[in-house]
Design a protein around this ligand. Structure first.
Ligand code: SAH
Length: 262
């Protein structure tokens, strides 16, 4: 069955149930209260495998190691119970406190940009649901060294205490061993985390209003990379020297704001 791809125009995650048919004349028939075409298409993504297939075929998910992490860190573990039937929609979903679990295609794209290698030290700002944290930890995990050294691979900072606690618990329940490779901190991630610096890679799920915070640039190793939203762009910043950076901008995305100093 071939499903044509349309650009999404509407949030659809509140719709309850779908039944979609595809016939030779390429006409959709749906039994959804909204009768909305986007709803029908999104409603067809009902499993993690389908979501990953979608991300791969749209070109957002490219590398095998990251695709394997997407398979292992099933998004269903990280969305609230009430949202679980929508876990595989390629949509941000509410996780409480006015925040969202990120849209899968944005997570895939940002993690492809970040290009984590096994053994690298990662700083994540905005733990949120913990889904992206788990993905980072899976990709950064180095089986040659991680098992024995009792160290960490990912430091993840969340501003909101309830989300920090829920994400920590969710990751522990999902994979206790891996959760021990993550340092969960609660506080203002705009300051980074000087205790565990320097980092090979830094990623943020919340958007800076003006520019990438100086602390992140200072705490990054030379040769390291930051992937972070600034206003409506995803910025990829490579540190080429102590004060030298190479910047690329990818316009046209929206993120929750990075709340500084609170
Ligand atoms: N990638 C996450 C979602 C990130 S949403 C996921 O998939 O679940 C962005 C998160 O950044 C929110 O949880 C928000 O509370 C957090 N945030 C915003 N400003 C922050 C700050 N200054 N420090 C730490 N976390 C912050």
């Amino acid at each position: 069955m071939q499903i044509q791809k349309w650009k999404r125009r509407k949030r659809v995650f509140w719709h309850e149930s779908f039944a979609v048919q595809w016939n030779d004349a390429k006409i959709f028939t749906a039994h959804c209260p909204c009768d909305d075409l986007w709803c029908m298409i999104e409603g067809m993504i009902a499993s993690n495998e389908e979501l990953i297939h979608e991300l791969r075929s749209l070109g957002y998910l490219k590398t095998d190691r990251l695709a394997e992490a997407f398979i292992a860190a099933d998004r269903k573990f990280f969305v609230p119970e009430a949202m679980s039937e929508h876990a595989y929609l390629n949509e941000p979903l509410p996780i409480g406190e006015g925040q969202t679990i990120s849209q899968p295609l944005v997570v895939a794209m940002m993690l492809e940009f970040l290009d984590i290698k096994a053994g690298e030290k990662i700083l994540e700002i905005g733990t949120g649901s913990g889904w992206q944290t788990a993905l980072c930890a899976l990709v950064a995990y180095d089986e040659r060294t991680s098992g024995s050294n009792g160290g960490w691979d990912v430091v993840s900072i969340e501003r909101i205490a309830t989300l920090h606690t829920a994400a920590t618990a969710a990751i522990r329940a999902w994979n206790k061993g891996l959760s021990e490779r993550i340092v969960f901190l609660q506080g203002d991630g705009a300051r980074g985390d000087a205790e565990h610096m320097p980092y090979d890679k830094i990623i943020s799920g919340a958007s800076a209003a003006d520019d990438i915070p100086q602390a992140w640039k200072d705490q990054l190793k030379i040769g390291g990379r930051i992937v972070a939203p600034v206003k409506n762009s995803i910025v990829v910043l490579d540190k080429t020297g102590k004060n030298d950076f190479l910047k690329r901008d990818f316009l046209g995305y929206s993120f929750v704001p990075l709340v500084i100093g609170k």
